[in-house]
Write a protein that binds this ligand. Structure first.
Ligand code: LLP
Length: 456
């Protein structure tokens, strides 16, 4: 865990910045995003609120598409899927699709949103380790471009469904390569002792390939690997790619089938506090292309079309959460030092990542400039438990006071999508901002919404 710091000031083009591209300090000292002053946003739309910088999000989506298209142009091409679990909404699925991305969904709900956004079925990938029959049927009827199968049982089940419906079933096989990477154990997904995928080491992945090839109802597109999330070092992706390409070549040698596609998953890390320098699409794409090129040359196989599935790296840095401070309380620690507890009007219901993963965030006083000296502070929410922490350690100005606005950057991914109604707090809305205009793309919940679910 790094030493507490203050939030970095927004500086356009800084590779470490956790702020979205249009965030800046105004002459009056407040924060502006998408051409709007956060003071006006708070007055007009209330707090807490997730603010999504549309131009920034579109730019990140486009950067991935451009970088992968160009890096893989002399191989067999590339597709970039937006992992919509990071934040599924009709507007965002439409934006990323307009910028050239496909969309990856992992439930019927995410599928429904992608279809409503107008994403064509063949640009959608369906994931999940326990897809329901209803989800598989809807995906087949929607003509999804790929269903990523996760178990031998699912292969039989899907073949049966596709046969009964008389619909094509393009399939990829989720392989666990043994590569263990990511920001936290819960979000590392390719080591052996976890629920995802079919293991390479045990032979389950190869058995799945043979099972798919044996079913005429299924079309085998390729192998898929997702090694984890919030990964800052590309080495794990390179190892996983090599392992999948080796299995692909073995299958080709044994069966004569050279799978045309390869999916390397998502998981690219972002800057949450300003301490990390995340890899850019312009670095990621050529690094992966080089591994694919080299491995295919060594194995003597024609290169596959490659896909990747970034979620966080597209939507995470584009979002910030705006809170209003309610109370400020100094607490004396065991060693005699003090920590300032700054309570905001949301908490673990709008951002569970700090409590769940020990995730690090930062925060700044957003409605004004302060020249006051900084003090060690903890930003906490209004829930009834002490683990309700939004930012564990941050230096905030000594004069932070009730009524101040606080902005927490980099909350666009896995914020609203993992929000809850704990303590019956309505979930905040998602306000898209662009060129001085704002609109809710997900409206704030109300107490009426919550009461409507309660049947008495
Ligand atoms: N593809 C697959 C198959 C995945 O399972 C995931 C994430 C992604 C792509 C996108 O990963 P990303 O690029 O967003 O890192 N709730 C956790 C993250 C869980 C990610 C699960 N799978 C968090 O808040 O950090």
């Amino acid at each position: 865990m790094s030493a507490p710091t203050a939030a970095p000031e927004p500086v356009a083009g800084d590779p470490r910045t956790p702020w979205s591209g249009t965030v800046r300090r105004t002459a009056e000292g407040s924060i502006e995003v998408g051409g709007l002053d956060v003071r006006d946003i708070a007055v007009e739309h209330g707090t807490p609120v997730y603010v999504l910088d549309e131009a920034d999000l579109r730019r990140r989506a486009r950067a991935f598409v451009t970088a992968f298209t160009s890096a893989f142009a002399d191989l067999a091409g590339a597709d970039v899927y937006f992992a919509s679990k990071s934040f599924a909404s009709v507007a965002v699925d439409r934006w990323v699709h307009e910028e050239g991305m496909h969309v990856d969904v992992s439930t019927g709900g995410e599928l429904a949103v992608a279809l409503r956004a107008g994403v064509p079925g063949d640009a959608i990938a369906l994931h999940g380790n326990n897809k329901s029959t209803a989800e598989l049927e809807r995906a087949l009827r929607a003509g999804v471009g790929r269903i990523v199968v996760d178990s031998l049982g699912e292969i039989e089940h899907l073949a049966h469904l596709a046969g009964a419906l008389g619909l094509p079933a393009p399939v990829m096989i989720r392989v666990t390569t043994g590569v263990h990477a990511g920001g936290h154990d819960f979000i590392s997904t390719a080591h052996e002792d976890q629920k995802f995928g079919l293991s390479l080491a045990s032979g389950a992945a190869r058995a799945a390939v043979d099972a798919v090839l044996a079913r005429p109802e299924l079309t085998l597109l390729g192998l898929h690997s997702h090694i984890g999330s919030q990964i800052l070092d590309l080495a794990g992706f390179e190892v996983a790619a090599g392992a999948l390409l080796t299995l692909r070549a073995e299958v080709a040698a044994d069966t004569g089938t050279l799978m045309p596609e390869l999916d390397l998953g998502g998981g690219y890390g972002i800057s949450y506090t300003g301490a990390d320098v995340p890899p850019t699409p312009e670095e990621i794409a050529p690094a992966l292309a080089a591994v694919v090129r080299r491995a295919c040359e060594e194995l003597g196989s024609a290169p596959p079309r490659v896909s990747v599935e970034p979620g966080r790296a597209v939507v995470g840095p584009a979002g910030l959460t705006l809170y209003r401070v309610g109370t400020v309380k100094p607490v004396v620690l065991d060693d005699g030092s003090a920590r300032r507890y700054v309570s905001v009007d949301g908490g673990m219901s709008d951002n569970i990542r700090t409590a769940l993963y020990d995730a690090e965030y930062t925060a700044t006083v957003a409605g004004r400039r302060s020249e006051a000296p900084t003090v060690l502070s903890r930003v906490v929410g209004k829930h009834c438990e002490s683990g309700d922490i939004v930012v564990r350690d941050v230096l905030l100005p000594d004069d932070v006071a009730p009524g101040d606005l606080l902005a927490v950057p980099a909350t666009g991914a896995y914020g609203r999508s993992m929000a809850s109604n704990y303590n019956l707090l309505p979930r905040p809305g998602v306000l898209a901002v662009r060129e001085g205009r704002a609109r809710f793309i997900v409206r704030p919940e109300t107490e009426e919404d919550l009461l409507a679910l309660d049947l008495g």
